[in-house]
Design a protein around this ligand. Structure first.
Ligand code: URA
Length: 185
């Protein structure tokens, strides 16, 4: 198994798909490498590409609000994306980009060994939980994948577009925090 340093270096130098041509920075992931909870988003946006850190734009500020609301801090959890490089104009990831990149997330997961994985949005949920995952119907539900509890919440960017989804999302975050407590994480 790779060390964190080996993995991060490989990822930062990656040229496996054409997205590397347009990147300012790869966005590897941040947070606690021993976290019990791993949050997974879709792909870096403009601010993330500029800073090299996930969820630092408007959607990220909203994610922070939800973490704070359930007494979690960024430093308590680990945050990464399915894609480590920004797709042009923030378009949805292409299947071949996901196929090239998913190995990095798998390796991160093998190193962290989280007890809970939270997919942020439909795209992450389709990779992590099930290819036909339906975020509107299935957000907040629990699924077991290889001994890890997985769930999905609405993507923070979707909440910016439709704030009516916020109460459901707060409920989902409270459930996630309660589950972590129940498991003494
Ligand atoms: N949206 C994502 O899915 N990930 C980020 O890092 C930022 C915005």
């Amino acid at each position: 198994m790779q060390t964190w340093e080996e993995l991060e270096q490989l990822c930062r130098q990656c040229t496996r798909c054409p997205l590397h041509e347009g990147r300012t920075n790869t966005v590897f992931g941040v947070g606690n490498r021993h976290a019990s909870i791993l949050f997974v988003g879709e792909a870096p946006g403009e601010q993330e590409d500029l800073k090299g850190e996930p969820f630092v734009g408007r959607a990220g500020m909203l994610l922070d609000d939800f973490l704070t609301a359930v007494d979690l801090k960024r430093e308590d959890v680990y945050i990464a994306n399915i894609l480590k490089c920004r797709p042009p104009k923030n378009r949805d990831p292409l299947p071949e980009e996901e196929a090239c990149c998913i190995g990095y997330l798998r390796a991160q997961c093998a190193l962290i060994r989280p007890k809970i994985i939270v997919a942020l949005g439909r795209i992450a949920a389709m990779q992590i939980i099930r290819p036909d995952f339906r975020i509107t119907q299935e957000h907040g539900q629990w699924f077991e994948k290889n001994g890890v509890l997985c769930t999905a919440v609405f993507h923070p960017a979707a909440l910016l577009r439709d704030p009516r989804k916020k109460p459901d999302t707060l409920r989902d975050f409270k459930n996630i925090a309660a589950k972590a407590k129940e498991l003494s994480l």
